[in-house]
Design a protein around this ligand. Structure first.
Ligand code: 13P
Ligand code: SF4
Length: 299
């Protein structure tokens, strides 16, 4: 399958983008592997004719919004991030009516329709930086409560209003599970994604996006780590650090949607070109504004 994918990629001038949560064999054949911010930037810059996006719906959709002339294919169009839908339009309207100077800051893990109602997008690797530079005092952070509350801690000068959405995978990681691993590996550093609950964030040595966690583990002097995020990051962590050890809360956090990006699905979509990420043109134009603003403010 890997050989066939390689040949089709060349013949069709296609590139494969994979998130760190995609299956290991897919990360292995991908041209670019990264966190959601890195992949959005690559999608914007690419001059390939076809982008195969091994991630979840909002990632393929954002790639299409940023790069409308490209064919963006998804190995499985049903791969959806539940958090992307976790805020009602009416709540956004209510907040806008309540605060004159409100900025709606939208985590990229959101539908295109929600992006249209927002002032700026962020990812977990740039949320703090972007919220700090916004001129607005009042911020409605959607949809993720946990990332919003992490940003609020880091930017105390702003009034950050939280929504009650969350990532079901990260929200299931508990402080008790982390303590249990720390008991077994007392020397291990705890590296945590900001989508985790505040009780897990509090006991962590480092908090960052998937790419930030991977970069931190590489440069840290420690040789053991407890990783509080989806265990797809293990492939890159082990590849980069063969002498270090990585442990996960039990049960291992795993995103079923991300695992739909199998090698067989990548091959099939490259052959048939049948699973295209799409965005209605009016929605696309409006959703592009907060995405472009993110790329600008994160520079
Ligand atoms: P990153 O931006 O860290 O890659 O996170 C994306 C995501 O979906 C986390 O659950
Ligand atoms: Fe969405 Fe959570 Fe899966 Fe990330 S890990 S794609 S936030 S469900």
């Amino acid at each position: 399958m890997k050989n066939q994918i390689e040949q089709l990629k060349k013949a069709k001038n296609a590139i494969i983008l994979a998130h760190y949560y995609a299956p290991a064999d897919v990360q292995e054949i991908a041209d670019y592997v990264g966190d959601s911010f890195y992949l959005a930037k690559i999608a914007k810059q690419s001059d390939a004719d076809i982008i195969v996006f091994c991630g979840v719906q909002f990632m393929g959709e954002s790639a299409k919004i940023l790069n409308p002339d490209k064919k963006v294919l998804m190995p499985d169009l049903t791969a959806d991030c539940p958090m992307a839908h976790m805020v009602a339009d009416s709540v956004i309207e209510e907040m806008r009516a309540k605060y004159d100077d409100l900025a709606v800051v939208c985590y990229i893990n959101s539908t295109a329709e929600l992006k249209c109602k927002s002032d700026v997008c962020v990812t977990s690797s740039n949320a703090v930086k972007i919220v700090k530079v916004l001129p607005n005092k009042n911020i409605f952070f959607i949809p993720d409560h946990n990332l919003g509350s992490f940003v609020a801690e880091q930017v105390p000068e702003k009034n950050i209003i939280l929504n009650d959405g969350c990532c079901p995978i990260h929200a299931k990681i508990t402080a008790t599970q982390v303590y249990a691993e720390r008991e077994k590996y007392p020397e291990a550093e705890v590296l945590t994604h900001p989508e985790c609950d505040a009780s897990v964030i509090e006991l962590s040595d480092y908090i960052g996006s998937t790419a930030d966690i991977i970069a931190y583990a590489k440069k840290s002097e420690a040789s053991e780590f407890i990783i509080c995020t989806e265990d797809g990051v293990d492939f890159k962590l082990i590849t980069d650090n063969p002498d270090k050890r990585f442990y996960y809360p039990n049960p291992h956090p795993r995103c079923a949607a991300m695992k739909l990006n199998t090698l067989a699905a990548v091959l099939s979509v490259l052959e048939k070109e049948d699973k295209e990420a799409t965005a209605d043109e009016d929605v696309r134009r409006r959703a592009l504004i907060p995405l472009d603003r993110m790329l600008e403010l994160a520079k």
